[in-house]
Design a protein. Structure first.
Length: 211
């Protein structure tokens, strides 16, 4: 599985296929029995998750991905914990990307809607100025309208040049915005192609997209 600068790569597949497990392995939360993880050509397979963040890996887990008692702005500041430079420009960029967060910057993040919380989580990951952004089911539990909005924001992040690797249950919608798609079945890449190719593949449609 690979993603290049400015691309969106999506991992889809049935429940229990190993999508989130694979994502956690790439981030270093699980030990890998074989294979390698490379970031910008550098082998980071042996590094801890913290060291991977320092190298430029941003990860947004599916749950418990914000500090609910802290304000939106404090959450974003926590994202910049590894920065030693002035990060105000990055925060301004996050607010440009997610205007609702600027509006609610002094509000406790736990009071926000599900979609707004996800924006906080993604924004916080962007504060590290990642070389790659990994999202584990970013639209889990949000309404279809919010899902569309989140996908629009994800496209905007990719347009800034940041590669995005995403695990997503909403396969059809995710493949529509994907440059690359991977269909995982029982831990194996069963189908690989562009989002459009996979959406048009009769086997993929029949097996995973409901015809």
């Amino acid at each position: 599985i690979a993603v290049d600068r400015g691309e969106i790569a999506v991992i889809v597949g049935p429940n229990g296929a190993g999508k989130s497990t694979g994502m956690k392995a790439v981030f270093g939360m699980l030990d890998m029995r074989k294979g390698h993880v490379r970031l910008d050509g550098e082998d980071i397979t042996e590094l801890s998750p913290q060291d991977r963040v320092a190298k430029g890996m941003g990860f947004v887990p599916q749950t418990s991905n914000i500090f609910t008692s802290m304000s939106v702005e404090e959450n974003l500041e926590m994202g910049a914990f590894i920065r030693r430079d002035d990060f105000r420009d990055t925060m301004a960029q996050v607010y440009d990307l997610f205007p609702i967060l600027k509006e609610k910057r002094n509000q406790a993040a736990g009071e926000l809607s599900g979609g707004q919380r996800q924006q906080v989580a993604v924004g916080r990951a962007l504060m590290t100025q990642p070389k790659v952004l990994m999202l584990d089911e970013p639209t889990a539990g949000v309404s279809p309208i919010v899902m569309d909005e989140l996908f629009d924001r994800i496209i905007e992040v990719a347009r800034t040049g940041i590669p995005i690797l995403m695990v997503e249950q909403n396969a059809r919608q995710a493949l529509e915005i994907a440059d690359k798609g991977y269909v995982l079945v029982q831990g194996t890449n069963a189908f690989t192609g562009t989002g459009k190719e996979l959406l048009a593949d009769p086997e993929v449609r029949k097996s995973f997209l409901g015809g």
